[in-house]
Design a protein around this ligand. Structure first.
Ligand code: GLU
Length: 283
């Protein structure tokens, strides 16, 4: 099987050392396997994505000497595909509209009778199900849509969900349906402001790009169980996953977009070479 991997940044800020590690690792692995390295621009969050950041992503990656086929896939061009997948899930009764905001959810899960502290999953607060049993309209509404995770777990049948991890801790992971119900809950698959979500888009895009191995940071490991479930529901292949270590700052904190001090552009301006950056991230 050919090896196809990708780097999928969101153009919402400058690329920093963590992104450099992810992109270089993906490209190195593709090269070593005689495979392909693809780029994808994850710009569904139009309130935060900026063309200038996208331009800078191309500049930084070219400066590293990375090459990828064009045109580059951009999520903002793929809203019809996301909608078609949502429509499919809607018609199978697996989605329901939700009107709750964060404050409503927090209030519901913190109600005194609940007793315990609010539980968090890979997607934030685990949804208490407030809107789950309200009447569903005939047509899919332009609202936030949640996946009924218990119905989804039933819809996929008894064959276990699993995926192969090839990162620093190689393993085959099995995902029990009960774990999804208890620790993930009814996640939002379409945000009202976007008409899609990170989870839905990433799964459809990895399949559309023919990705055989997803390269990404270990911070997304817990999201993978959601992606594997969606792949099964949508009849898409499950790629292998290579979750890599995170690059941390001097006090051990994971780098974030706001860590401009560690932006690649800043190192470039200060005269660093691509080799210097490789060394800094341990490649
Ligand atoms: N767009 C995501 C990010 O910039 C990466 C998503 C992924 O690799 O699955 O963090």
């Amino acid at each position: 099987m050919p090896f196809v991997t990708r780097f999928a940044p969101s153009p919402t800020g400058p690329l920093h050392l963590g992104h450099a590690y992810s992109a270089l690792l993906a490209s190195d692995r593709a090269q070593a396997a005689g495979g392909q390295f693809l780029l994808r621009i994850e710009d569904i969050d139009q309130s935060r994505a900026r063309p200038a950041w996208e331009t800078q992503i191309y500049e930084d990656l070219h400066w590293f000497g990375l090459r990828w086929p064009t045109p580059v896939m951009r999520q903002s061009d793929r809203l019809p595909q996301y909608r078609a997948a949502l429509q499919n899930l809607w018609e199978r009764g697996l989605l329901y509209p939700c009107q709750c905001n964060r404050r409503d959810i927090l209030a519901a899960v913190s109600a005194p009778q609940e007793g315990a502290d609010p539980a968090y999953g890979p997607d934030g607060l685990i949804y208490p199900g407030t809107c789950r049993h309200l009447n569903r309209p005939q047509d899919m509404p332009a609202q936030a849509l949640r996946l009924n995770i218990a119905s989804a777990a039933e819809a996929i049948g008894p064959a276990p969900l699993c995926f192969t991890e090839t990162g620093e801790h190689p393993a085959t992971h099995e995902i029990p349906a009960q774990q999804l119900i208890e620790t993930v809950g009814d996640i939002v698959l379409a945000r009202r402001d976007m008409g899609t979500s990170y989870h839905l888009s990433v799964v459809l895009d990895d399949a559309a790009q023919g990705i055989t191995e997803v390269t990404r940071g270990a911070d997304l490991f817990d999201a993978t169980q959601i992606h594997v479930l969606l792949q099964r529901l949508l009849d898409l292949p499950t790629p292998r996953y290579h979750h890599h270590r995170l690059i941390r700052d001097d006090v051990g904190k994971r780098l974030a977009k706001r860590d401009d001090a560690r932006a690649i552009a800043k190192y470039r301006a200060d005269g660093a070479s691509p080799g210097d950056i490789r060394q800094m991230v341990g490649l």
